[in-house]
Write a protein that binds this ligand. Structure first.
Ligand SMILES: Cc1cc2nc3c(=O)[nH]c(=O)nc-3n(C[C@H](O)[C@H](O)[C@H](O)COP(=O)(O)OP(=O)(O)OC[C@H]3O[C@@H](n4cnc5c(N)ncnc54)[C@H](O)[C@@H]3O)c2cc1C
Length: 498
């Protein structure tokens, strides 16, 4: 077994160099939420640009009241009061409208913020993440086009469209590819000089609160000598112990253990695809990620003459899989539980003009059922069906709403019915943090309960949650959570000017 000191040393190099033994902030997750927070904690400070005019007259008036005070130091509740939009979070609406003032009206007005790099306000922190900076965008199929408009995928003070222009690339119908988004986030981290705080290839396996007294003697000494931003000698003080491993280039897993005064959960929801829970789902031809289809096509394990691919689900990822298979002329059987006209189906909520490809999938779902052949080759839609089992012989049994069963021989199955956050590194999977603390955390139905103006968990001081975990499901809105958390952490660190 590794000694405490060795385990502790791996991620500590940074801490030792900068004189910090206990980190003020550790961010888990390096997607847009983690990147945006890292930017704000690195001393990048937003102020109202004096000459600018925000289209919301009341907000404009409030912004004019204190142009010398950074937005991070202002009362976010006061500034965001009365704002309306497509998010339930007042601070998300505030930050979004400061960055993209008239975007919901189709406008392209410039941000009313100006950014100053005030290094004395920086808070030392680390961002731990499994993938390169960009989070889920490195796992999403690269050619997939975003649902959101391209400019809504951008982070503060580096417009996505400017980066695209520089790369001599363009948007598709105002939308971007996942590959471009992932590259832009990586570029953002480099351009803003944040990479020194990022530890990629790092997986967190445990976060526990421990008492300072409980930490081994050498650690305590370190803690007392550290430049901790909070008074650590305080009796009964608790800190977070963050454990995990770093994947080395040789593929080994090197364990680490670090201590932090605050931990920010920014782990998103993409890592644990939902399972149907049926017999045979663990067979090797049953997959839960779209990338499996891409790989199978690439290595020619399926093609035009194969048995059909089964796609289960009626969300956008399932639709992306259908489009991909259709593009490669691979036959598809599409099974989903809802009616095609169900208003809850995402296709019935998207404007046709903006999303012609999803509209096409919806049409296929409507017109090409097993009962009536339609104009689309190589595709069969089975609405109001569910999978009963997957057989070893690649025979799959379905059941319709009347209880009738059918068997189909398939080449591979893709179960694309959504994904859940994986908070297995927290006690009891973090259930105690959720709005309904008897149910698992779910971004839509049961997010983590946070203070709307700080994003600190109401059930656990010092722990913050951002992004889908806190109910902010779109990149343009996860940034407000980062603003709220940064503002709260700056207040705790007493780094606000008097
Ligand atoms: C298919 C798809 C399409 C989407 N389209 C859009 C769109 O068009 N517009 C839009 O605004 N949003 C879209 N989203 C949602 C968007 O991806 C999220 O809102 C956004 O990425 C959330 O950012 P985040 O930083 O909170 O989390 P993520 O981007 O999910 O990043 C979290 C990172 O943390 C890592 N992580 C998790 N657990 C650990 C751990 N224990 N240790 C270390 N690292 C860990 C994960 O691997 C991941 O890389 C889409 C999502 C999907 C899945």
């Amino acid at each position: 077994m590794l000694s405490d000191r060795k385990m502790y040393s791996i991620l500590n190099r940074h801490q030792k160099k900068s004189g910090f033994k206990l980190l003020p902030v550790v961010i888990i997750g390096n997607g847009p939420s983690g990147i945006c927070l890292s930017y704000l904690l690195s001393g990048y400070t937003p102020y109202f640009k004096r000459e600018s005019l925000h289209p919301h007259p009341i907000l404009q008036k409030k912004l004019e009241e204190a142009p010398d005070v950074s937005i991070l130091d202002q009362d976010l509740e006061y500034l965001s009061e009365g704002l309306e939009g497509r998010s339930h979070s007042p601070v998300s609406l505030l930050f979004d409208t400061l960055l993209r003032p008239d975007t919901d009206f189709g406008g392209t007005a410039e941000s009313v913020l100006t950014w100053w790099h005030e290094t004395d306000r920086a808070i030392p922190h680390l961002v731990l993440g499994r993938n390169p900076p960009g989070g889920a965008w490195h796992s999403i199929e690269g050619s997939m086009v975003t649902l959101s408009r391209g400019e809504w995928m951008g982070l503060p003070d580096l417009q996505f469209k400017d980066w695209l222009r520089q790369k001599k690339r363009g948007l598709r119908n105002n939308r971007a590819t996942a590959e471009d988004i992932a590259q832009y986030y990586q570029h953002y981290v480099m351009k803003k000089g944040l990479q020194k705080n990022f530890r990629c290839g790092t997986v967190v396996t445990s976060v526990r609160k421990v008492s300072a007294e409980g930490i081994s003697n050498h650690m305590q000494e370190d803690l007392q000598k550290s430049d901790s931003l909070w008074n650590f000698t305080e009796e009964g003080m608790e800190v977070f112990q963050v454990d995990g491993f770093v994947k080395t280039v040789q593929g080994d897993k090197e364990p680490f253990s670090i201590y932090a005064e605050n931990v920010v959960l920014a782990t998103g929801t993409y890592d644990s695809p939902t399972w149907l829970g049926v017999k045979g789902e663990n067979l090797s031809y049953v997959h839960h990620q779209l990338s499996a289809l891409e790989e199978a096509v690439k290595n020619n394990s399926i093609g035009i003459t194969s048995d059909p691919v089964l796609i289960v689900g009626a969300g956008l990822t399932a639709a992306d899989a259908i489009l991909f298979a259709h593009h490669c002329n691979i036959p598809v059987i599409h099974v989903f539980r809802r009616r095609v006209s169900d208003p809850g189906l995402i296709f019935n909520q998207l404007p046709k003009m903006m999303y012609p490809e999803y509209h096409k999938v919806h049409q296929m779902m409507k017109e090409q059922s097993a009962a009536c052949a339609g104009p689309y080759e190589c595709y069969i839609s089975l609405p109001e069906h569910r999978v009963l089992s997957f057989g070893k012989d690649k025979k799959c049994i379905f059941q319709d709403k009347n209880g009738y069963q059918k068997a189909y021989k398939i080449s591979m199955a893709l179960v694309l019915t959504g994904s859940n956050p994986n908070l297995s590194f927290l006690p009891n999977n973090g259930i105690y943090l959720a709005m309904d603390s008897d149910q698992p955390v779910n971004p839509k139905r049961n997010p983590i309960d946070v203070d709307p103006f700080t994003y600190e968990c109401t059930q656990e001081k010092g722990l913050y949650a951002l992004g889908p975990l806190a109910g902010d499901n779109f990149v343009r809105f996860v940034q407000g959570g980062a603003l709220a958390a940064a503002s709260s952490l700056l207040k705790k660190a007493n780094k606000n000017p008097p």
